[in-house]
Write a protein that binds this ligand. Structure first.
Ligand code: SF4
Length: 393
């Protein structure tokens, strides 16, 4: 099919080794004027090095203050298909499990009311439906919600909580991250749909410190599964590993707290100094297992670089039992929000507020006891760049 616009700059983006979003947009453009005009406008933006999106007033659905992000073209005469191009966030299920029927249902609705293009998933965790008109929002929402779906969070609100696959696929998960995510979502419905905070607040829940959801770099509050007692060691399996790997180099020397010794074919762990990082367990999955007394470490304050640079989370509670009805957890969250609400400036994330007023002040005001696991300042850089040498090894 012939293209509506020439897009030489976008065509360049189809040449790399990775799948290109331009290819997907072109597929959508074959069926949708919105997608076709989007290609034209994006090409023009690349050429002029100028965005042609503008924000223009609040858009949304009745009863909700969030879930729809308004977007308009500033050159609608040229590209009428994207005169309105609002984004709709759909609350994704915990762990991103869908049946194919459920996905078809949403995609059929999106073909009917929107551009047919999606972003699976946005970094907040929602299913992101890209591009619809204002007058389509209410009928879309009526159909979506009548099928049991709901909108996600946006703006200065609780954002849609998200988690790793947890116990559904991973035997190392120390907490039921999916059940906790569902409970938080239900508990904070009002805070998610009706923005009332200084800025956004994200929860991410990981089953263990491997942190497959990257909560420690991306969530205002991370809940990371851990254990309080001792790592369980199977010495017979340790012997099996000894013939397959260099235990000293790959496990003992990489323990960040240096609390493992390996002598006479036996592995010993000084659990009082273990930081529960999961490195040794992930490398010797048959020989080592987390302890049996499970719970979570609660961390606070990470965010992407927008105002004062990237920030990773502080530990605020080294160990908390995470069992329904999660009263201790919700009491803590409510106290933290109250402090943020009283002291936070407009568009100030909780981590930035702690930096501005200091961590000791935060602990004192919120009534949390200091603990050696609370470092003065968390790491700034959430990225690790591999050198060529590392890859060769
Ligand atoms: Fe060391 Fe981490 Fe293993 Fe604890 S979990 S013993 S800190 S490598």
């Amino acid at each position: 099919m012939s293209k509506k616009y020439d897009t030489p700059l976008l065509d360049e983006l189809k040449k790399g080794v990775f799948p290109s979003f331009v290819v997907e947009m072109e597929k959508a453009a074959a069926r949708s004027d919105m997608a076709a005009d989007l290609l034209g406008q994006v090409e023009l933006s690349y050429k002029e090095k100028l965005t042609h999106w503008k924000h223009g007033g609040i858009v949304g659905v009745r009863g909700y203050g969030s879930g729809v992000i308004g977007r308009y073209s500033d050159i609608p005469d040229k590209f009428p298909g994207v005169a309105h191009f609002h984004t709709v966030r759909i609350n994704a299920p915990s762990g991103f499990y869908y049946t194919s029927n459920a996905l078809r249902e949403i995609m059929d609705l999106w073909d009917k009311y929107g551009s047919g293009m999606t972003n699976m998933h946005g970094s907040t965790g929602d299913m992101i439906l890209l591009g619809t008109r204002s007058e389509n929002l209410e009928p879309l929402f009526a159909e979506v919600s009548s099928r049991g779906w709901d909108l996600g969070g946006s703006g200065s609100a609780v954002r849609t909580p998200s988690c790793c696959l947890g116990m559904s696929r991973c035997e190392w998960s120390n907490i039921d991250s999916q059940a906790i995510t569902y409970d938080i979502t239900q508990h904070y419905q009002d805070e998610m749909h009706r923005p009332a905070f200084p800025y956004k607040f994200k929860f991410k829940i990981a089953g263990c410190a491997v942190d497959c959801i990257a909560s420690i770099a991306r969530a205002d509050m991370s809940v990371i599964g851990t254990w309080r007692d001792k790592i369980r060691v199977d010495q017979n399996e340790v012997k099996n590993y000894a013939s397959k790997m260099d235990i000293k180099a790959e496990v003992v020397d990489l323990c960040p707290t240096g609390c493992i010794t390996y002598t006479g074919g036996e592995l010993t762990i000084d659990d009082s100094n273990c930081s529960r990082c999961m490195n040794c367990i992930a490398r010797m999955t048959k020989a080592l297992r987390p302890g049996v007394e499970k719970g979570a470490t609660i961390l606070l304050g990470s965010k992407a670089p927008i105002v004062t640079g990237a920030l990773m989370s502080w530990v605020i509670v080294p160990f908390m039992k995470m069992e329904p009805p999660y009263d201790e957890f919700y009491e803590l969250v409510d106290k933290i929000w109250e402090w943020w609400d009283e002291n936070g400036k407009n568009r100030e994330r909780i981590g930035e507020l702690i930096e501005r007023l200091t961590f000791p002040r935060f602990l004192k005001d919120v009534g949390i006891e200091p603990h050696p696991a609370m470092v003065k300042e968390p790491r700034r850089d959430p990225f690790f760049f591999w050198s060529e040498e590392d890859i060769k090894r």
